[in-house]
Design a protein. Structure first.
Length: 149
């Protein structure tokens, strides 16, 4: 006699379990954002070098090496703009730093940060020529790249 009750109980549990699966009517199949691009920045006593000098809009990771004789901070500033998009803290001589920032299309100056507000109007407060970065084009999503979040 217990057999029909057990069978009925199992069927009810199975039916309720199946009913709970796939209840959503929409599935947001959104593409993943583009993977960050890597840009190397080399600072010496004469200039700032940026490689590559052209990237596509989106997240950009700057890896900076300071090979100058003084500690230097670095700014990434839109051309014609006065406010930096991002800045680093002071990087010791022979030291490195890394910063990631989202960039829009345009031209950017990658140079030594002024030591104080009085120096903000000068193009190169430490006498070090700024590097240039051009952001143009379109970056595709990272759906086809493995080991991405």
């Amino acid at each position: 006699m217990k057999r029909p009750t057990t069978t009925l109980s199992v069927l009810l549990v199975a039916a309720s379990t199946l009913a709970a699966c796939g209840g959503a009517t929409k599935f947001a199949d959104q593409p993943r954002p583009a993977a960050p691009l890597d840009v190397s920045v080399y600072v010496n006593d004469q200039s700032v070098s940026v490689s590559p000098s052209t990237v596509t809009p989106g997240a950009v990771t700057f890896t900076i090496t300071n090979q100058s004789s003084n500690a230097e901070a670095l700014d990434v500033t839109p051309s014609g703009g006065s406010n930096a998009t991002t800045s680093t803290g002071p990087i010791s001589p022979q030291g490195t730093a890394q910063v990631t920032v989202g960039l829009r299309a345009g031209r950017y100056s990658v140079g030594i940060a002024p030591a104080n507000a009085a120096q903000a109007a000068t193009a190169s407060p430490a006498g070090i020529t700024s590097g240039q970065l051009t952001v143009a084009g379109h970056r595709s999503n990272s759906n086809d790249q493995v080991l991405q979040p």
